[in-house]
Design a protein around this ligand. Structure first.
Ligand code: JHZ
Length: 445
């Protein structure tokens, strides 16, 4: 076993602090991002990936409330804040992105998404950590996770000879991570934090960021921070929902204010290159409706396998506006069909509930104008979401036991990406004739 307190920082030669000292260091007051001003001020005209192109809108999902801003009963009669969901494509580098940036403190200061909720996702991230630590982290090395949430992934690492550090702006979740033994800086990551991490804890052999890259407005600050924090042989491993899956599957509900970018490989390569990072490998996973895992190292250019994937994207027309225009038209048609289907079910006297209260669900319900007359309640297993209400459309969120009490005919599976876990668990519902319907109009099982 290695005594991690005896390692020394590559950068400074001074002794690195042991794991426990990282806890003392992260307990400090967070900085707030700039105060919310006006929507016009939040519009971003330049491309957040290449900074040169002017993205053009191909889809508008209307003005929507922040998808995770669930309401209490007392808040129901109050006016709700809504912000535009304008989806744009950069003709210069190909990055798909939102045109408006809702300030982070309105979205993340208290957050209701917990990685540990899904056993399948927890296992997925724990496997990622296991594989990446074995490949890239020497004894005594540091693993930093950006967007570490409740510490599910980091806490799975054997800490006898590896040090771990989480960074996540949601204060409520940082506390949960600490209880799992994960010291967590409750702030937004960028160059300034990277500098501090390297100074205090040493450089990182592995930086992980899963489902956070898309949440970042200042990608330059974050990419530069990552490159600055890595050891010479270190790696940056990240996961993002893959645009190449989102387009054919019409996964428009993954578009919400938190997700500022939707990644194809071509713009990613260019962005990482600008910051001295070379995309070495890309792997694909089915989770979250199609996920891309990238492994980048310090360097320039691109590996042969990644270059081949960029060519495949080009062959699919992902570098042309037409593909995005077609996506927008198909999304509009799908939204109408879902609303018509729910209206028909109501006329037939069928009872319908929603299953899952994910951020995705808020988007579907608001975009398709599905209010409580068509869908009165949602079922969700997250205690922090229960007994609250969907912003905009006001469905009451109830715990899973209510499925057997309400005995609906149809459950609209808003958390369709967890079908493999939810459908078998609710076997009693389907055994008695209940059916799951996804927002993409697939019927399960
Ligand atoms: P789920 C999240 O999106 C959050 P969301 C985030 N913005 C992101 O980037 C993407 O993932 C990728 C419930 N549930 O994971 C729990 C059950 O009720 O699709 C959750 O509320 N029973 C960071 O919010 C919801 O479904 C179950 O058995 O769209 C799933 O939300 C299971 C497994 C889940 O996240």
């Amino acid at each position: 076993m290695n005594d991690v307190s005896n390692q020394s920082s590559v950068a400074t030669g001074t002794p690195l602090p042991p794991q426990q000292a990282l806890f003392d260091w992260v307990r400090r007051e967070p900085k707030r991002d700039r105060a919310a001003q006006s929507i016009a001020e939040w519009e971003r005209k330049d491309c957040r990936a290449c900074r040169e192109g002017t993205p053009v809108e191909f889809l508008s999902l209307g003005n929507q409330p922040p998808a995770n801003a669930l309401l209490s009963e007392a808040e129901l009669p109050l006016p709700e804040k809504r912000y535009p969901l304008s989806v744009r494509w950069c003709p210069k580098c190909g990055m798909v992105q939102l045109g408006h940036v809702v300030p982070g403190h309105l979205l993340y200061q208290s957050y209701l998404f917990f990685t540990s909720t899904s056993k399948r996702m927890a296992a997925h991230f724990q496997q990622l950590m296991h594989d990446a630590v074995s490949e890239f982290v020497p004894p005594g090395g540091l693993v930093v996770e950006i967007g570490s949430n409740d510490g599910t992934a980091l806490s799975s690492i054997d800490r006898r000879d590896v040090r771990i550090l989480g960074i996540d702006p949601a204060r409520n979740i940082a506390v949960m991570a600490a209880a799992r033994g994960v010291p967590t800086i409750a702030e937004f990551f960028g160059r300034a934090i990277a500098h501090e991490v390297s100074r205090v804890a040493g450089e990182a052999s592995l930086v992980v960021a899963c489902n956070v890259f898309g949440h970042i407005d200042d990608l330059d600050d974050v990419c530069a921070g990552i490159a600055q924090m890595l050891t010479r042989k270190g790696a940056f491993v990240f996961e993002v929902p893959y645009l190449g899956e989102m387009l054919p599957r019409l996964e428009y509900d993954t578009i919400y204010h938190e997700h500022l970018s939707y990644f194809a490989i071509r713009p990613l390569v260019a962005l990482l290159n600008r910051h001295g990072l070379r995309l070495e490998r890309v792997d694909f996973f089915s989770v979250h409706g199609g996920t891309l895992r990238g492994t980048a190292v310090l360097g320039s250019g691109v590996s042969e396998s990644v270059a081949a994937l960029v060519e495949t994207e080009r062959a699919r027309g992902m570098d042309k506006f037409e593909v995005y225009g077609k996506f927008a038209a198909e999304v509009a048609e799908l939204g109408t069909k879902l609303r018509v289907r729910l209206l028909a079910l109501k006329q037939e006297g069928k009872r319908v509930v929603g299953y899952g209260a994910p951020a995705k669900g808020t988007v579907v319900l608001n975009y398709c104008d599905i209010h409580t007359d068509l869908l009165p309640v949602l079922i969700d297993s997250t205690p922090a979401k229960q007994n609250r209400f969907v912003p905009g459309t006001h469905q009451h969120i109830l715990p899973p036991e209510h499925l057997s009490l309400l005995k609906p005919d149809i459950a609209l599976l808003l958390a369709w990406n967890h079908a493999a876990e939810i459908v078998p668990r609710e076997e009693a519902f389907t055994r008695h004739g209940g059916r799951f319907l996804t927002p993409h109009l697939a019927e399960l099982p």
